[in-house]
Each structure stands twice: as C-alpha cells, then as structure tokens.
Design a protein around this ligand. Structure first.
Ligand code: ADP
Ligand code: MG
Length: 460
C-alpha cells in the first residue's frame, strides 16, 4: 500500500464519518507500513489509538480492503515524536482524544469485531460547560478530580435528572485528565456497556481477562449506574471492581439519575460505597443558567454564521418558557438557527414563537409536584427530605401542608398520586393538609401571602 492509497481511503473516511470526526480522529494518524497483511499506523497518543481502533477500526479496515489493499488487521502505535510533542504542549491539543480501555491502550490492535465502547464527545469539555448556581458544586468537584493530582474524592458520584449535564461533566473530566496526565489509563463507559462486557466475558469464559482489564485502569468512569440496579450478577462484579480500584487508590467517577439511597434496586453495598465518597447533585436549571447556556449557543453559532441577528428579548423568552432540561434548550436553538438560516431572516420574537410552537406548547408551564416541593422548601428554608419525612413539628408540617395545597391547586394530580410523592402518605392526609391551608388562609394573612407568593413564583 502506498500513501496515495491511504490518501484515497482518507477521502472515503471523511465522507462516511463527517468532518468533525475526521479532524478529531483520522487527521492525527499517519500511515507507517503494511507488513504481513497488517497495516500499521502511528498515533500521537495511546488514547487516540485505542479510541480510533475501537470506533473506526472496522471502518478503516473495510475501506482499505475495498481500495484493494491486502490487509486483515490494523495496528496503532504511538509515534514517539508526536508523543513528546504532546507532552510539551500546554495549550489545547489540536486533536481530541477519548475513551480507552486499558487492554486496548496497552496494544491498540483491531480485528474485524464491532467496537462496543462509547465515544467521548469532543463538544463535552469544561470550556463549553456553563456554570450556574444549580451545577456549581458538581462542576467544582469535577474540576478537582480532573486535576488528577491526588485522589481526593473517591468515588465522585454525580447525580441529577435527564439532560442536566452529567455526561457532559464526565466527558469533560476524561478530556481534561487525558491532557494533563497522558500517562493515565482512563476508562469511560456506561453502566450498560459494563454489563455488556461482563456478560460477554462470562459467555467467553474470560472473566479473568475482564477483571484484569478493569482492575488495571487508573481512572474508571461509569455513566448511568442506575442501569445495573437490579441486575444482580453485574452489580456483584461491579462492586468487586469498585472495591479493588478504591483499595489501589484509583479514582472512580460514577453518575446516576438519582441519589444512591433512592435507587431502590441498587445493591446496598454499592449504595453505601457511593455514599463514602463525594455525592453531588446537578439541580434543575434555573432561569439564569438557561439564559447563560442559550447565550453560549448563540456565540457558538456566530462562529459559523457571523451575521446571525437575534431580536432583544428572544433568549429571555426562551429561558423563561422552556423546561429545565438542557437538551430541550439545545434542540430548540438548533431548530431556530436552521429555520432562520433557511428563510434568511433575523430571529425575531414572531419567528421564535412560530418555529418553536410545539415545544412551547408542550412545556407550557405545567408545574410539577417536584417543583412545588422544591420551591416550598426554599421558601420556608427546610430540607426536601423533610417534605417526605415523618416530622410533625409545626415548622415542618405547615410547609408540607402548603406544598400539598399547591399540588392540589396547580397540578392535575389526584390525591393518592400526591400522597405517594409525599413519602407514601394516605390521600386523606393530603386532603386534610389542603383543607387546613384553606382554613388558615382565611384567618392568617401570613399564610395567605405565602400561598400567593409561591403560586406566582411557580406559575411564572
Ligand atoms: P445527562 O447526562 O445529565 O442526561 P448531558 O450531559 O447529556 O445530560 O447533557 C445534555 C445536553 O445538554 C448536552 O448536549 C450537554 O452538552 C448540554 N448541557 C448540559 N448542561 C450544560 C451546561 N451547564 N452548559 C452547557 N451545556 C450543557
Ligand atoms: Mg447522560
């Protein structure tokens, strides 16, 4: 094979994987030699090598074969010259790096077998993560872990609802660590992939290889751990992997959709292990954070279309109207930009309302029980756990009744449904709470004022 053939294959790869992927992953690799039906490539780092081999290995192989190259496998080797350049550089690397497995990193070899590891998204880095009150703690903890200096919080457990940035932060940690500590083996994968690999190891009777691989990493990151809750043999294995790594002083980062104690089917031993580290949650976004994120999207879009114009008030309107899930915000902006581009007009309020009418309608301020509980807790300065807890102390019970009242008035939920949310209380308890507040509102102006204020805040 000649470099010409490789050039031709690169052209094909560009077409099949797109520009972003191409510049992130294929651009950095160079063809070395073809020997014994093995094509060898140089990669700047192990990280790139294993990522390319796992994610594009098959594709590269196929393209080589269709270009007439007599090749059965490909191998990636770190280019010593490039590696030393990587060590010396202190600015952002020109190419992105991602997820690796220890086994693959040691000898990035690919054969015709589908890759199973998730990729790191080059867009998910710290510099594109907008920090606000709801996520500042999670962000600070992630930053600390990403310094890679010493294992400070182990494990770091990040949790929060869908689309609040858990995966983004985890990828950001992996990117940052891989830049600062190229020596480290960082393994990022979803809990689902962990299970898949475990099951495969069982089937292939290679649990020893599985254990060795997972125990040899320096940093293990497992996303969406709730996935393995209730899957008992996988949980068991996960628990042992976890302990082994903690004992060796290796960093672990885990994410989940809720607090460990609230994951019903999660092995208690795992839950208590998670509690031993640092547990931080990503709160639902607030107005300021949403506005910040929207502004960032506009800034990014301006790099592509410099004369993008947005009427005053449009971003504020969207930040106000749309839900807490950042993915929804992103979808809205993507659509808005495409629409404005298509019809070649500035983004006005009218255009926004037309273009996003379905999303706006769907999220048209449906207040949720969770929101009501949260706002009520904030207002009375009590903990959310008090809402569902047993305390009958008046300073807890009264706010709880207020929240029950608001749930009845502002949502369409039934009393039993509300009861379940309030720590499995009976529907008669809810009814009692609602009536109590109604009575008090007539006689106690403070209560009436609180109710009115909360209602306005929730309906805003
Ligand atoms: P999760 O894993 O919590 O469901 P993700 O990390 O996948 O959420 O985030 C959903 C989307 O929102 C991603 O595209 C992510 O980049 C974006 N996003 C979330 N939080 C932020 C933030 N604070 N700043 C910028 N983008 C964010
Ligand atoms: Mg996620």
């Amino acid at each position: 094979m000649t470099s010409d053939t490789w050039g031709q294959v690169r052209g094909e790869l560009l077409k099949s994987i797109g520009k972003n992927n191409f510049s992130a992953w294929i651009e950095p690799i160079t063809f070395d030699a073809l020997e014994n039906r093995t094509a060898r490539f140089f990669v700047p780092t192990n990280f790139i090598g294993s990522w390319v081999s796992q994610n594009f290995g098959d594709l590269i192989l196929r393209h080589l074969v269709s270009a007439g190259v007599g090749v059965d496998r490909i191998e990636f080797k770190v280019d010593p010259a490039a590696a030393s350049r990587a060590d010396n550089r202190n600015s952002e690397p020109a190419s992105a790096r991602a997820d690796t497995t220890a086994a693959a990193a040691a000898a990035p070899v690919v054969e015709a077998r589908p890759a199973r590891t998730a990729a790191l998204n080059p867009a998910y880095k710290f510099d594109s993560f907008v920090v606000g009150k709801p996520n500042e703690l999670a962000h600070a903890a992630a930053r600390r872990v990403a310094e890679g200096e010493q294992v400070s919080f182990n494990p770091l457990f990040l949790y929060g609802g869908v689309g609040l940035g858990k995966t983004h932060l985890m990828h950001a940690i992996a990117w940052e660590l891989s830049t600062r500590r190229p020596d480290m083996d960082i393994l990022y994968l979803s809990a689902e992939q962990f299970m898949y690999r475990f099951v495969r190891a069982l089937r292939e009777q290679d649990t020893i290889g599985f254990k060795e691989m997972f125990r040899s990493v320096d940093v293990l990151m497992v996303d969406d751990v709730q996935f393995i809750a209730g899957k008992n043999s996988t949980q068991e294995e996960f628990f042992h992997t976890f302990n082994a790594l903690v004992e060796m002083g290796k960093q672990i980062v885990i994410s989940g959709d809720r607090a460990p104690v609230d994951m019903e089917d999660l092995d208690n031993r795992i839950a208590s292990r998670l509690q031993c580290g640092l547990v931080v949650d990503l709160h639902p976004t607030d107005y300021e954070l949403r506005l910040g994120i929207l502004q960032q999207k506009v800034d990014l879009q301006r790099l592509r279309t410099p004369d993008l114009t947005i009427a005053p008030g449009v971003l504020e309107f969207i930040a106000h109207k749309l839900s807490t899930n950042v993915r929804v915000l992103e979808g809205a902006m993507t659509r808005l930009f495409a629409f404005a581009d298509l019809i070649g007009s500035p983004i006005t309020m009218d255009l926004t309302q037309e273009c996003l009418s379905d999303i706006l309608r769907a999220t048209d301020r449906k207040v949720t029980i969770d929101e009501i509980m949260k706002k009520t807790c904030e207002h009375y300065n009590i903990r959310q756990s008090d809402m569902i807890g047993p305390s009958r102390a008046r300073n807890i019970a009264r706010p709880r009744q207020m929240a029950m009242y608001l749930c009845k008035k502002l949502t369409t939920r039934s009393l039993p449904e509300i009861g379940r949310k309030f720590g499995k209380r009976d529907h008669t308890t809810i009814l009692h709470g609602v009536r109590r507040i109604e009575e008090l509102m007539a006689t106690d102006s403070q209560i009436a004022e609180d109710a009115e204020l909360l209602r306005r805040m929730l309906e805003a």
